[in-house]
Design a binder for this molecule. Structure first.
Ligand code: FE2
Length: 316
């Protein structure tokens, strides 16, 4: 037997047959597409909305060229892909509680340079996020995405079957949020969070409800252990999967331009924000969305999350 080095065979989507209203330019086979020629300062028509939605299913991460858009237009773009979600625990843009502002600078070192899907420790993690980079350092500050569907598809059938029978526990407690909460908000806030946000168990292999793609839904930031197996088996499997997921064939690293935008499907990707620019300043704004048909975010839900954000908690 020879050493197997070809991990995955991919048939590219027939873009010309599928798309008539937007121009999708994948950067890798069926992954990370640039959407060209779309003016986001104008209302987005129904036909374009449908194709953008399909493009996110097909390519998992989309990029839009730099544009000056208002916070309302940012929220409107997120609304193409789902219900606006409360988001995570970053500060909010003044007067726009749906828009989180993520700023790192000399005083606040960047700390999201770890592969993850967002908020997988929640019972219902968000479907995705629309992000715009508003201040870019002179060099560096790229973001990388990994395709969890490619990572699953490339595994051997035996391992796929084994993993499909497993679940894993996710918790923010193993992420940087725990230390940040204690440092910025104190032990009482930490104790409150421990009571409020309990670990969740979810399948290791998730089936995307719309595309049908199977994905490896474990990540280094929030997945604590595989359920019901010896801790050494869990540790070894998670380490293998962590390394497997971030192979170059499954990842794309995006070089930003100021005011460029991206949207990712949080169900099929992980991301990693490089911190090579520190101590320089990098600012992004983002709006998170849930599935269409899920409960709209209420004022009280948003207020609770914003209050947690104010407590100084930082996590992604
Ligand atoms: Fe994130």
């Amino acid at each position: 037997m020879t050493l197997q080095k070809i991990p995955l065979r991919i048939e590219p989507i027939d873009i010309a047959a599928r798309y008539h209203h937007i121009r999708s330019v994948p950067q890798q086979p069926n992954f990370a597409a640039r959407i060209e020629g779309l003016d986001l300062t104008r209302p987005i028509g129904d036909a374009v909305r449908r194709e953008l939605y399909q493009a996110l299913l097909d390519f998992e991460v989309l990029f839009f060229p730099p544009q000056q858009i208002t916070p309302e237009q940012h929220v409107a773009l997120a609304g193409v892909f789902g219900e606006i979600a409360p988001g995570a625990f970053f500060p909010r843009k003044d007067g726009h509680p749906d828009v989180e502002v993520i700023e790192f600078n000399a005083q606040r070192p960047p700390e999201i340079n770890i592969w993850h899907s967002d908020l997988t420790w929640l019972p219902e993690p968000p479907n995705g996020t629309v992000i715009q980079i508003t201040e870019l350092p002179a060099q560096g500050g790229n973001t990388a995405w990994a395709s969890l569907s490619k990572a699953f598809a490339a595994l051997s059938p035996g391992l796929q079957t084994y993993l499909e029978g497993l679940s894993a526990t996710h918790t923010w407690e193993i992420s940087g949020w725990r230390d940040a909460l204690e440092k910025y908000a104190g032990v009482d806030a930490l104790a409150d969070a421990l009571r409020k946000y309990k670990p969740v168990s979810r399948p290791v292999v998730r089936v995307h409800p719309e595309s049908g793609r199977k994905v490896l839904f474990v990540n280094e930031n929030f997945t604590k252990h595989i359920d019901g197996v010896h801790f050494r088996e869990s540790r070894g499997l998670l380490e293998f999967l962590r390394e497997w997921i971030v192979q170059p064939e499954f990842t794309y690293q995006h070089k930003w331009e100021p005011n460029g935008l991206a949207v990712w499907d949080n169900r099929t990707t992980q991301h990693y924000a490089l911190t090579d620019y520190w101590p320089h300043r990098r600012v992004t704004q983002r709006v998170t969305f849930n599935a269409f048909g899920s409960a709209p975010t209420t004022q009280s839900t948003r207020a609770a999350v914003v209050a947690d954000a104010r407590a100084g908690a930082i996590t992604a």
